[in-house]
Every structure is written in structure tokens, then in C-alpha cells.
Design a protein around this ligand. Structure first.
Ligand code: HEM
Length: 117
């Protein structure tokens, strides 16, 4: 059970890496677009996160305040990806506030995961 949980944590981290990596590529190349990879990364991190939110394969209590905050931030990132993709379809570009918020909130969720003990 414990090893299976570690595998799901690994998948969770891969989702984070895909979402944040895809965002960094756009930030660095100056295009600032929403890409399909970002949606995939969010879906993978979110699904694995929900599986990890259940207390299995551990002998300590989960921090549900922290998990709740991460879930709220994930939903906000999802909304921003959706709104940003819509604006991109209509106007060809994503408002800067939406693009930068996606990266900052993704980084914030990773920081909360690692620093809030
Ligand atoms: C963009 C969204 C997210 C990012 C970037 C993210 C990032 C991370 C990272 C980096 C870790 C590893 C922390 C460590 O082991 O020290 C982690 C663990 C965890 N995450 Fe997330 N996360 C996200 C969304 C979620 C969501 C939505 C949930 C639950 C609803 C969730 C639940 C968890 C749990 C329970 C762990 C601990 C796993 C364990 O040690 O057993 N995460 N997350």
C-alpha cells in the first residue's frame, strides 16, 4: 500500500512538472499562450491529488486545511486556463494577468505542499 501511495505521489509530481514546465516554456519564449499540455498537467496533478487526499497507505493524519487550500487553488487555476483559452480563441492572446496568475498559483500550490507541515 505504501509503495502504491508513493507511485501516486510520483504521478502527482509529474502532473505538476507538466503544468509548470509547459507554463515556463510559454513565459520564456514570450508567447504567453495557454497550451494543451497545461490542461493535461492540471488534470493529472488534480486526479492524483484527490486520490492522495484519502488517508490510505499512511500512519499519520493528513492536513485537510492544507489539502482544502490546494484544491481551491487548483480549481482557480482550472478556471483561469478555461477563461484564458477562451480569450486566446477569440482575440489570439491571453491577458497578462491571467497568464501570470496561472504560473504564480501553480508555484504557490507546490510551495504550500512542501512548506506547510
Ligand atoms: C497545481 C496543483 C498542485 C500542485 C502544484 C501540487 C504539488 C504537490 C507537491 C510538490 C507535493 C509533494 C510534497 C511533498 O511530498 O513534500 C504534493 C503532495 C500532495 N498533494 Fe499536491 N499539488 C497540487 C494539487 C493538489 C490537490 C488538488 C490535492 C488534493 C485535493 C493535492 C493533495 C496532495 C497530497 C495529499 C499530497 C501529499 C502526498 C503524501 O505525502 O502522501 N494536491 N503536491
Amino acid at each position: 500500500m505504501e509503495i502504491l501511495r508513493h507511485v501516486v505521489v510520483l504521478v502527482h509530481l509529474v502532473g505538476f512538472a507538466i503544468l509548470f514546465g509547459a507554463w515556463v516554456v510559454e513565459a520564456v519564449n514570450g508567447k504567453h499562450q495557454i497550451t494543451r499540455l497545461m490542461n493535461w498537467g492540471l488534470a493529472i496533478a488534480g486526479l492524483a491529488g484527490l486520490i492522495l487526499a484519502a488517508p490510505w497507505g499512511i500512519d499519520y493524519d493528513l492536513n485537510y486545511a492544507k489539502i482544502g487550500v490546494k484544491l481551491v487553488i487548483l480549481v482557480i487555476i482550472g478556471a483561469l486556463l478555461g477563461i484564458g483559452a477562451g480569450r486566446q480563441r477569440k482575440t489570439g492572446s491571453v491577458p497578462g494577468a491571467i497568464f501570470w496568475s496561472i504560473g504564480v498559483l501553480t508555484f504557490a500550490n507546490a510551495a504550500i505542499a512542501v512548506l506547510w507541515r
